[in-house]
Design a protein around this ligand. Sequence first.
Ligand code: MD6
Ligand code: FE
Length: 218
Amino acid sequence: MTQDLFGDMTDDRRTGRELLCADAVLLRGFATQDAPAILEAVAQVAAQAPFRQMTTPGGFRMSVAMTNCGPLGWVTDRRGYRYASRDPVSDLPWPAMPEVLQSLAQRAAAQAGFDYFMPDACLINRYEPGARMSLHQDKDEPDFSQPIVSISLGLPAIFLFGGLRREDKPLRMPLLHGDAVVWGGSARLRYHGITPLKQGSHPLTGDCRVNLTFRKAS
Ligand code: MD6
Ligand code: FE
C-alpha cells in the first residue's frame, strides 16, 4: 500500500493527497500496488455477473458497461434508477464483494477521515474509448452522510467535478491508474461526470478504464 511506502511521512504532497473541494479528497496512487489483485477480483465478479450496457429511464443505452458486487447493485432500466439485490440479467444475487475490494474501500475512506465505512454496494464501470458518463448526482442512496469511494484503474480519464447545481461550471481533473477519490459531507451531492475516454493501451487493462465505486446503499 502506498501509505506504507512512505512510512511515517504525513506531508500531504508526499502521500499524494489533494483536496478537490471541502469533503472531497483525491488519493493519488492509493490502489496502484493492489491493482493486479483488484482486477483479478473484478474478473471473478464479471465471470458471474457479466458487464452489460444498461438502459436509462429515458431509453438510452449507456456507453459505459457495468456490473456490481456486494449485497446491493445499482441498476437502471425503463423503470428508473435503483439498487437491487439481484442481477436482473440472471435473477441471481450479485456476487459477494471480494475481501480485497471491501478492505480497499474501507482503508481509502479511513484515509479521508471516514472511519467505519461499511459499503454494501460496489458498482464496477468499464469504459472503452469514446465511452462517457454525463453530469449526474449520486442520489439513489438513502443516507447522504455516508461517503462514496471511487477507484480508477487502467486508462486515464477526465473527471468533471461540478457544483450542487447542474449549471455550475465543472473542474476538469485527470484520474489516473490507481487514483482513489473519497467524497462525502458537503460534496456528496455535487454533479460529476467523465468526458469521452481517449484511445490508449494500459499494461493491466488493455484498451479500457475500470472504475469501482463503493457505497452504503441501505
Ligand atoms: C467514474 N464515477 O469515475 C464515474 N460517482 O467512472 C462516478 O460517477 C462517481 O467517481 C460518485 C462518486 C465518485 C465517482
Ligand atoms: Fe457518480
